[in-house]
Design a protein. Structure first.
Length: 84
């Protein structure tokens, strides 16, 4: 895993929906076969990129508001990024 991979995966997700981006455990661990260490690094790099792009970032267990609804980042979700 490298920064190019992180950037491409983020760009792909933003292309699908630029208002809210969700990365799940399944997507990173199973689909992309990342180790726990790689996932931690991915989340760190992603957080920096999202915050620099005016997104608010939440992690598993965090509460957030989206479309006027109170929500929580589910157990199977590692990160939720919402455009400010």
């Amino acid at each position: 895993m490298n920064t190019k991979f992180v950037g491409e995966l983020i760009d792909e997700k933003i292309e699908q929906n630029d208002k809210i981006v969700i990365f799940s455990f399944y997507e990173l661990r199973i689909k992309h076969n990342l180790t726990e260490e790689e996932i931690a690094k991915f989340l760190e790099l992603s957080k920096n990129r999202f915050e620099n792009s005016k997104y608010k970032v939440y992690f598993t267990g965090d509460n957030y508001k989206y479309n006027g609804e109170d929500k929580i980042v589910k157990e199977n979700e590692l990160m939720v990024a919402i455009k400010k």
